[in-house]
Design a protein around this ligand. Sequence first.
Ligand code: URA
Length: 433
Amino acid sequence: MAYLPAELIKKKRESGELSEAEISFFINGYTRGDIPDYQMSALLMAIYFRGMSEAETLALTKCMLFSGKTVDFSSVPGFKVDKHSTGGVGDKTSLILGPIVAACGIAVPMISGRGLGHTGGTLDKLESIPGFNIHFSLEKFVQAIRDHKICFIGQTPEICPADRKIYALRDVTATVESLPLICASILSKKLAEGIDGLVLDVKFGSGAFMKTPEDAEKLARLLMDVARRYGKNVSALLTNMNQPLGRYAGNSLEVAECVDLLQNKRHPMTEDTRELSLQLSAQMLWLSGAAPSLEGAYSKCEESIRSGQAFKKFLELCRLHGGDLSGLPVPRKNLTVTADQDGFIQSFDTEGIGYAGIQLKAGRARTEDKIDPVSGIEFHKKVGDAVKKGETIFTLHGNDESLFAEAAKRLSTCVTYSLQKISAPVLIIKSLS
Ligand code: URA
């Protein structure tokens, strides 16, 4: 049935509930190019303010999912599991947990994204490895999962074209932070991947899209409900993004951090990356039924690092994608940002740190920008750590020193100090299953 776009926009604006047929008319019309950006923008803003019922969210997800192809893994035996993070600064766990889980014998097909806003993206990190190619056809992707149990590709034009178009529009119309829109966007892509199980890392805090644990939990529950309607095994961790994760944010720097962790090298600043990667891997193994308990799954994951199997899998992944890890670029220049008083680290403006990364060209200010794979930020302190005036808090790394001054100025405003001792924040505040 044909509708008038304006009548559907008005219905949503007045808090009406759109039917599946109305949603599909709008989304398909927009994806084909029959409905213009200005009408889609108006509908998105109405959804942003009025929300969507569960039935509408389900219909939106379904429509976006079937706007393109879905991957058919019926020829590949065994459970396939993926992880999705809602995004953060220094969040590099996919590069660690993928090899861990695949080394434990469970397939990990990952269709990953690029950096978004102030948050980093898995594809950008992987592409900092010289030669690493993420442009596989869906047929090659399936073959790689059959042969290697792990493969990372980018969203191809056939996967969720509706999301590609709508996401780009949301990014420039201030309509990203809407629970039903986020849910449909994330799940349409993940469901198209042909997976059996999904672990969600839903982040809250100053570096996350959801600023409070309450909003993160609402999003996690919505994502879990919708994923279950599609028969997926799903669990979620609510994790703290009030400070950057790990030691580095920046593409080749983060790959180097992952390589160290996969080689079982420990560093005080990377303990959070290690722990979150292991907890998420354990969830993935447990969902897949490869371990009788979560504790058993965690031990298996730790063992796959200790035995070298996870790192071996990472090297296999690099070979599969044509990447030469030995050529990982290293930055030549650096500049430190130091504490301007004695005390304890009270908080970080993690989103601001992400934007400083963009100023260094570790991320993009506009979609068409080229990133510099070697640039980024090293973190020397976590919330709760004691500091002395003049001690290094951040080191900027890169090859283009002309970018350092502005980023350093911003970084110096991204940290607050306390004279009282502050306790270290909890990394994983809740596990939902
Ligand atoms: N990640 C997505 O893929 N979509 C959103 O809407 C938000 C985060």
